[in-house]
Design a protein around this ligand. Structure first.
Ligand code: BTN
Length: 253
């Protein structure tokens, strides 16, 4: 895919601020937008002292891994934002793919946006959003990729790129992520290209057709992972029909 110059998500449309120790690169982006930053800003940190994951969990953030957040303003109309997590996971998948040795275990995506190698999590993505006084909406895409370290207390399998035979610095990986993200946002077309995003996502999805458990805030449902619909919702075949699920944690059974 080629990116033209000067478009909303062309390569030269983004700025990058590289920081040392931060609380959280997501927090830094939110602080920038409150100070009037116009968006399309990448913030990276060498280390986070208060990295956060989904559902209020902490994200272990030792030096050597990649901690990056991208601030966007009004990236799409609200009703088209749902496919953004899938698009972002494709960008991360693309950035990691070229560095993995040929014999590495499969690089796949667990719905909606965990990037796995050999079914072990190597990247987490946290999207946060905030309404601004001028009624626009800031969206922060936070990405953590395990390069040299992985947590030992995670409630699911985890791995690092180093463990998978991949020798790369956070700096080098970020330069690929920067390009892949610009390309995928351009393709995503403010949410209008959801069909192409879901098509690509299905090609690298982990476990379609297999039994899974989906943890919702108030209960768990077991069933067969029937794929995703054309909006990007998870399709769960429970044996009594197929449910479309917008948010939840997936576990392979
Ligand atoms: C998850 O729980 O899977 C999401 C983890 C997201 C972690 C990244 S690291 C960079 C950015 N800053 C944060 O505080 N969190 C995200």
């Amino acid at each position: 895919m080629r990116l033209g110059r000067g478009g909303r998500y062309s390569l030269d449309a983004f700025r990058h601020e590289a920081l040392g120790e931060v609380t959280s690169t997501n927090t830094e982006c939110l602080a920038r937008v409150r100070q009037g930053d116009p968006g399309n800003l990448w913030v990276t940190g060498d280390r986070q002292t208060a990295g956060r994951g989904r559902r209020g969990r902490a994200w272990t953030s030792e030096p050597g891994n990649l901690y990056a957040s991208l601030l966007l303003i009004d990236p799409a109309p609200a009703e088209l934002l749902g496919s953004l997590p899938l698009a972002v996971s494709l960008a991360v998948h693309g950035a990691i793919r070229s560095f993995l040795p040929p014999a590495a275990e499969p690089l796949e995506i667990k719905w909606p946006n965990d990037v796995l190698i050999g079914r072990k999590k190597t990247c987490g993505i946290l999207l946060e959003s905030e309404g601004l006084p001028d009624l626009s909406r800031a969206v922060v895409i936070g990405i953590g990729i395990n390069i040299r370290h992985r947590p030992d207390d995670a409630p699911y399998g985890v791995t690092s790129l180093e463990e998978q035979g991949c020798n790369i610095s956070a700096h080098e990986l970020f330069s690929h992520l920067y390009r892949e993200m610009a390309e995928i946002l351009d393709l995503w077309d403010e949410g209008r290209a959801v069909a192409e995003i879901t098509r690509r996502w299905r090609q690298v999805a982990c476990g379609i057709g297999q039994p899974i458990r989906v943890n919702l805030p108030d209960r768990s449902i077991d069933g067969r992972f029937a794929g995703i619909d054309d909006r990007g919702l998870l399709l769960l075949d429970t044996g009594h029909g197929t449910q479309a699920i917008a948010a939840g944690d997936v576990f392979y059974l």
